[in-house]
Write a protein that binds this ligand. Structure first.
Ligand code: MN
Length: 540
């Protein structure tokens, strides 16, 4: 891949780990596997696929990605604890090229609060010794599984530099080959962060085989700027996520960093292995699966990133694109040729197109998907790429046994009358069919009230979002719904040309996630995630 003496920057994608940690951003295992395939096509060097000890679902995602996805190194996260490292090592067992990423906090504030217990040492100095030993032990243990081990000093941005040097040296002596210096809280400025790398690299005396890595958070909107400053100071790995999703304000956005290096190669002289033409489709896939929409003015992948509104700009661009554009929409895959799939396309046409887009549909689901495709083709003359993502993922793909099925829904509005809705819902486990009606402040409100009367769940509606995902009056609307029960949140998504029905289905999908969570086996999964969130807060 690279060493610290080359101009090649390693892209470490953590969309599926740090990105997925964003509240309400959880994805199903099949969705994560598809994103991993897409990241491999995009050309990332390393995929951090999850945090195996935190839950069976996370372990399963890492195992499947390590088994199925070829190309990038597949990485699993582990705290500097034996059980964590074993869980990561086991989840990665069947992968060809794998990495264990272990971390522990090193800043005084973390040491004194997370490791307050006397068993870590009575004084700060004693705690520092203990933490350094824990880091080295975890790295040694990780090396029994793979030669590729990364160590992160969590909250490095606020760690005293002498101690940071000591910990990094201990980790490398124990066998770590990548040293990550995360600005966990997004506090550093570009010059400060670059200075940290310069000083560390001068004082640590590592050979070129040891790579320094950045991991920046966007709390001050500086994540990409900080990452660039660090690579200019000599870091050769950048940890980032698609669309910049992640804890709080998110992580450094992969697409922005990669394009900054590409567009300003004249200034930086650095390369990545990213195929920039796949950035937009990757962004859309992550947005769809995570439920986080991309703002229209988002750099690189936003819907408006290449549209010119002011007449003077439009005129300039028509005369010469370069008057107002530093890169073209085609460079980042925003101008995808019309796919022109329609009724006539047939089964083969549909599935070969999906395969080309990196979407694998198991044989067992093909009839259902093809059926949906025909229905959509009836409602909409031309089917585009984003329609296809929605076609495959309009329900939760791992929800094999839903609790509720929507059999019928209607909502009506009229002048001088309250909006009214009627629903019929099948309770799958009992076979009971419940029909309920309600009025509301608008047709969606009436619909959701009717659904509430017809199911047995108590919860709050936290967020309802609707957006048009394709062009034209017959556009596909995507609805995402977030419901909660005072802590855990559940996502539901659906799309269709009829937004009222899509709204009903999205709500039912969220309720099915909630109902599944309440069952025994899903409860285990949640406890795992709960521990992770409570314990780690702002992990690395
Ligand atoms: Mn992080």
């Amino acid at each position: 891949m690279a060493d610290s003496a080359t101009n090649r920057v390693i892209i470490f994608d953590t969309t599926l780990r740090d990105g997925e940690q964003a509240p309400g951003g959880s994805m199903t295992v099949p969705e994560k596997v598809q994103i991993a395939h897409q990241l491999a096509r995009l050309g990332v060097d390393i995929i951090e696929a999850g945090f195996p000890i935190s839950s069976p679902g996370q372990a399963e995602a890492v195992r499947r990605i390590a088994t199925e996805v070829e190309g990038p190194v597949i990485c699993g996260l582990a705290r500097a604890k034996e059980a964590d490292v074993h869980a990561a090592g086991e989840a990665l067992e069947s992968g060809k090229r794998v990495r264990i990423h272990t971390f522990i906090a090193t800043s005084d504030i973390h040491l004194l609060s997370k490791f307050a217990d006397d068993r870590y040492g009575k004084s700060l100095a004693a705690k520092r010794e203990t933490i350094k030993e824990m880091a080295a032990d975890a790295v040694k243990l990780a090396r029994t599984y793979t030669d590729d081990v990364e160590f992160s000093a969590e909250d490095a941005g606020r760690t005293e530099i002498d101690y940071l040097v000591e910990v990094a040296q201990a980790a490398v002596n124990a066998g770590a080959t990548t040293i990550n210096i995360p600005d966990t809280t997004g506090y550093c400025t570009p010059s400060e962060y670059a200075g940290l790398f310069t000083e560390l690299m001068e004082r640590c005396h590592f050979g070129p085989e040891v790579i320094f890595s950045t991991h920046c958070h966007n709390d001050l909107g500086l994540a990409v700027a900080n990452s660039i400053s660090a690579v200019l100071a000599g870091a050769r790995q950048v940890e980032c996520t698609i669309n910049g999703i992640g804890e709080r304000a998110g992580n450094a956005a992969l697409e922005e960093f990669a394009m900054a290096l590409q567009v300003r190669k004249n200034r930086f002289g650095l390369d990545t292995g990213i195929d920039s033409k796949l950035l937009t489709e990757t962004s859309r896939m992550v947005s769809t699966f995570s439920g986080f929409s991309v703002q229209a003015n988002k750099a690189i992948v936003g819907k408006n990133a290449f549209s010119h509104e002011a007449g003077i700009h439009q005129d300039g661009v028509l005369k010469n694109r370069e008057t107002y554009e530093i890169m073209s929409a085609a460079d980042v895959g925003q101008q995808v040729e019309a796919i022109r799939l329609g009724r006539h396309s047939g089964r083969h046409g549909l599935f070969s197109r999906l395969t080309k887009l990196g979407i694998q549909v198991p044989e067992s689901k093909r009839d259902v998907i093809y059926d949906r495709f025909l229905k959509l083709a009836d409602a909409k003359k031309e089917i585009g790429e984003s329609d296809l993502y929605h076609l495959v993922h309009e329900d939760n793909p791992n929800m094999n046994a839903p609790h509720y099925e929507l059999e019928y829904a209607s909502a009506s509005v009229a002048t001088n009358a309250d909006p009214e809705a009627l629903v019929r819902i099948r309770h799958v486990r009992t076979g009971r069919i419940v029909e309920r009606g309600a009025t509301g402040d608008g047709p969606i409100d009436a619909l959701y009230r009717a659904i509430d009367h017809a199911v047995d769940e108590s919860h709050d509606l936290i967020n309802y979002n609707i957006r048009s995902v394709t062009e034209g009056a017959d556009a596909l609307g995507e609805v995402s719904v977030l419901i909660g029960i005072g802590g855990p949140c559940f996502n539901g998504r659906s799309s269709g040309t009829d937004v009222v029905l899509a709204s009903a289905q999205a709500y039912i999908n969220a309720l099915n996630s909630l109902a599944a969570f309440r069952t025994e086996e899903e409860a285990v999964r949640f406890v795992g995630d709960g521990i992770m969130r409570a314990f780690e807060g702002g992990v690395a």
